[in-house]
Write a protein that binds this ligand. Structure first.
Ligand code: CMC
Length: 373
């Protein structure tokens, strides 16, 4: 049998037209378009591109955005499920439960036709941010806020979260966050979703698989840990000692390192600019300066000791952006999911359209340890 590749590192398991990463040059493209260009479009256009494979014209975008607007409201039953999730949990857990409930209400649950899945896709993309915002407000004893059809996808989320409209720069940062979080080739959660889809299970089940996989701290959960780290470090000057102690204790610094990028993650560069703009616009630069000190310390430490740098990944400066957007840490991974939903759906639809069940092999070895009875 072939050599085992730990963590499937550098194993190419399928062909995709959804996105591509050049890890050496630090380039990420969705459907052939560089993310540095896509961040200037509305999230709706990028979501359309990912799922349908082409950018919408003005009319197609207007129709798509109008459909998303129609579907943003949760309705009484779904909102009651969010209410029932009023526990000291992460928004990801509430999202998982609510999407599972939504699947029971869909008469086309097990219809995997393209038509049915496109309809489910719009419903899921529209409702993810509403669920996260409603969960947050319910947890704080506040009434959920209805979406405002005049606002963009990103601005709407902040409006439903806070009950007041965000500033222009906040709205722009949120929209860009959703775009930059939307897709990333065969990351763990997209791969997991595709595995579920490959068994011809339904789209909701595949998306729930994605939610469950994104939650882990080695994947999307790192964003929440970055926010917690920023809370733990009392001042920018304390950042160096904080991270060096963690490194000395062989602990990982959340929001750093990547399996694929050998250079700067192109999303991080954009998030860093957004974090700086938000910090300056609010006249509160402490988190940004702390983050920069963490980045510089790790760069120098890894260059010095290993001869190669450790770069921040997408979760690092996005975590700083969330601090400035006043997004509570327990929401962070679910907000990431509210962007990534478009990528998950694009991958699942690609899988359904040309399917072969994903079933690799394992090499049997004697158990390393046995469990006590
Ligand atoms: N802090 C300290 N050391 C690190 C870090 C880090 N964040 N990341 C990697 N290293 C070291 C690691 O200790 C290892 O050293 P050694 O060879 O001496 O054991 C070496 O670099 C290679 O790391 P690895 O964990 O074997 O690399 P991987 O490709 O298996 O894992 C990773 C990639 C992203 C899971 C890992 O870098 C990590 O755990 N980072 C922290 C969690 C994180 O930020 N996750 C978000 C991932 S990117 C966005 C997303 O998916 O949401």
């Amino acid at each position: 049998m072939e050599e085992v590749k730990s963590g499937l590192e550098n194993v190419v398991v399928l062909e995709t037209g959804v996105s591509s990463i050049d890890g050496t040059e630090g380039v990420l493209r969705y459907r052939g378009f560089d993310i540095n260009d896509l961040v200037y479009l509305p999230y709706d256009a990028v979501s359309y591109l990912l799922i349908r494979g082409k950018l919408p014209d003005d009319n197609e975008l207007a129709v798509y955005s109008a459909t998303l607007n129609e579907k943003r409201e949760l309705g009484e039953y779904v909102q009651n499920v969010v209410r029932a999730c009023n526990f000291n949990i992460e928004a990801m857990d509430a999202l998982r439960t609510t999407i599972s409930y939504m699947s029971h209400c869909d008469p086309d649950l097990n219809d995997n036709s393209e038509e049915a899945n496109l309809r489910k896709a719009t419903n899921l993309i529209a409702k993810f941010p509403t669920i996260v915002a409603a969960f947050s407000r319910i947890l704080k004893g506040e009434t959920p806020v209805s979406p405002d059809p005049t606002l963009s996808h990103g601005a709407n989320f902040l409006y439903m979260l806070r009950g007041s409209k965000p500033t222009e720069i906040e709205a722009e940062a949120m929209e860009k966050d959703f775009i930059l979080s939307a897709e990333h080739e065969l990351n763990a959660s997209s791969f997991a979703s595709r595995i579920t889809a490959s068994t011809c299970s339904d789209l909701y089940s595949a998306i729930i698989t994605g939610i469950c996989t994104l939650k882990g701290p080695l994947h999307g959960g790192a964003r929440m840990e970055v926010m917690n780290m920023l809370d733990e470090i009392p001042a920018p000057e304390a950042a160096e000692a904080y991270v060096l102690e963690k490194i000395a204790n062989k602990e990982k610094i959340m929001g750093f390192g990547h399996r694929v990028y050998m250079t700067q993650d192109p999303r991080t560069i954009i998030f860093k600019v957004l974090a700086k703009q938000l910090a300056e616009s609010k006249g509160e630069t402490q988190w940004y300066r702390t983050a920069e000190n963490i980045e510089n310390t790790l760069f120098a430490e890894f260059m010095g000791k290993r001869g190669k740098p450790l770069y921040p990944n997408v979760d690092f400066y996005s975590g700083v952006v969330y601090k400035y957007l006043e997004i509570p840490p327990r929401l962070a991974t679910a907000v990431f999911a509210a962007g990534r939903i478009s990528g998950w759906i694009a991958h699942c639809m690609e899988q359904y359209s040309d399917n072969r069940v994903i079933r690799p092999r394992a090499k049997y070895v004697k158990p390393a340890k046995t469990l006590k009875a």
